[in-house]
Design a protein around this ligand. Structure first.
Ligand SMILES: Cc1cc2nc3c(=O)[nH]c(=O)nc-3n(C[C@H](O)[C@H](O)[C@H](O)COP(=O)(O)OP(=O)(O)OC[C@H]3O[C@@H](n4cnc5c(N)ncnc54)[C@H](O)[C@@H]3O)c2cc1C
Length: 356
């Protein structure tokens, strides 16, 4: 009823964006406006990071959730769209063509997507559980580990899962062929909407730097050493189980590569900080691929136990097939990431800025 003096804050206009049109983004101008201190003076950055870390987990979830929606649209399309014949003979002989899901290259995109989405979702929940344990466990050691893991995994959840989310959305559009590039199908919207997840709440490049520059070295490397010990313990406890062999072997190999990459960073990143910067995104991907291998190993163990107990629900056998595909066809990317990250920054930084 009685407005006081105006606090001059203005909305200068709404941004035109490539996606997330349901979410308005505007430019705000402050003209000598009054602000109020929240919390203690000089603690602003630390307080902001409480919000930022939570938001980064949320953006990782956005990456996986949009990937799941895009995958579902692509899987439905692949079962309906008739084009070409199966390489091994017609699967829909009464129709004019086979559905494109018969083609191995279409399967490659569907399986790549599912292998990453399902373990990515498990990785999100596993990380969130660490947050709950950090808050609520009565055991001080468990609380400390929960905090260590939350700090270490947050940039991986944000950066790796959104990079992968974009790849899944791109593959989903590709599966739609030319229809995917039109607005008759939802694939192009998923592609536009997921793109921001690689940028806001700190770009993925900044997540990778946070991982190698701050999170690895925190508390003398306690968090990453704890993670390595957990992976070693899982492999040691399960390596004699023949049903889990593809999982324990893949996980042990990925962990060895991640450890090698970590040692290389510790030695070469300190000597020349550009080496750490040049290695950071490949290191984040090596880390994410290894974390998802661990998730698949945990999932496989649960599924095997269900099957061994006589549960015939095909859900478990399907999971095991997708998990084995991950070990066979996705996890080998660790070799490329390790080779790139250990190649150093020399050639990357060799050209003067004018050469670009
Ligand atoms: C739709 C939308 C909504 C947003 N909402 C909010 C919001 O609510 N609140 C808010 O505060 N902000 C918001 N932002 C801003 C957003 O968080 C930033 O745009 C984002 O963090 C990137 O910062 P920048 O744009 O300044 O890019 P820059 O920091 O200029 O980065 C440009 C490029 O350089 C790279 N780069 C920069 N510095 C380094 C470095 N040191 N090492 C290596 N690479 C580097 C980056 O990775 C990137 O590739 C929003 C942005 C968008 C598009």
């Amino acid at each position: 009823g009685k407005p006081g003096a105006r606090n001059p804050v203005f909305c200068d206009g709404l941004e035109e964006k490539m996606g997330i049109h349901g979410n308005a983004t505007c430019v705000i101008r402050h003209e000598e406006s009054t602000g109020w201190l929240v919390g203690e003076e000089n603690r602003g950055l630390a307080l902001m990071f409480v919000m930022m870390n939570e938001a980064r987990i949320g953006v990782g979830l956005q990456g996986i959730a949009q990937a799941e929606a895009a995958y579902q649209a692509a899987a439905a399309f692949a079962k309906e769209r008739l084009q070409g014949r199966s390489l091994t003979g017609p699967k829909n002989p009464d129709g004019p063509a086979d559905p494109i899901i018969v083609h191995p290259d279409v399967r490659r995109m569907l399986m790549d997507s599912r292998a990453v989405i399902e373990a990515g979702r498990a990785f999100l929940f596993w990380t969130a559980l660490q947050g709950d344990l950090a808050h609520a466990s009565p055991d001080e050691a468990v609380r400390q580990k929960g905090n260590d893991y939350m700090a270490l995994m947050t940039p991986v959840v944000k950066g790796f899962l959104t990079d992968k989310g974009l790849k899944v959305c791109s593959d989903a559009l590709q599966i739609h062929g030319g229809s995917g590039f039109t607005e008759h199908f939802p694939a192009s919207q998923y592609m536009r909407d997921v793109r921001i997840a690689l940028i806001y709440e700190g770009t993925n490049g900044v997540q990778a730097l946070d991982l190698v520059g701050r999170k690895l070295a925190a508390n003398g490397g306690r968090a990453v050493m704890g993670f390595f010990a957990e992976l070693d313990a899982f492999v040691a406890a399960n390596q004699d189980d023949p049903a889990l062999k593809p999982f324990t072997e893949g996980l042990a190999d990925a962990k060895a590569k991640l450890q090698e990459g970590t040692m290389w960073l510790m030695q070469n990143g300190l000597m020349n900080p550009d080496n750490a910067g040049a290695a950071s995104t490949d290191y984040m991907h090596l880390f994410g691929l290894t974390a998802l291998a661990y998730m698949w190993a945990l999932i496989a163990k649960t599924c095997q136990a269900k099957i061994a107990a006589g549960d015939t629900d095909p859900f478990y056998a399907t999971k095991l097939t997708i998990g084995r595909y991950y070990m066979q066809r996705v996890l080998p990317d660790t070799t490329g990431h390790l080779a790139k990250l250990t190649s150093g920054s020399e050639l990357m930084m060799a050209l003067p800025a004018e050469a670009f």
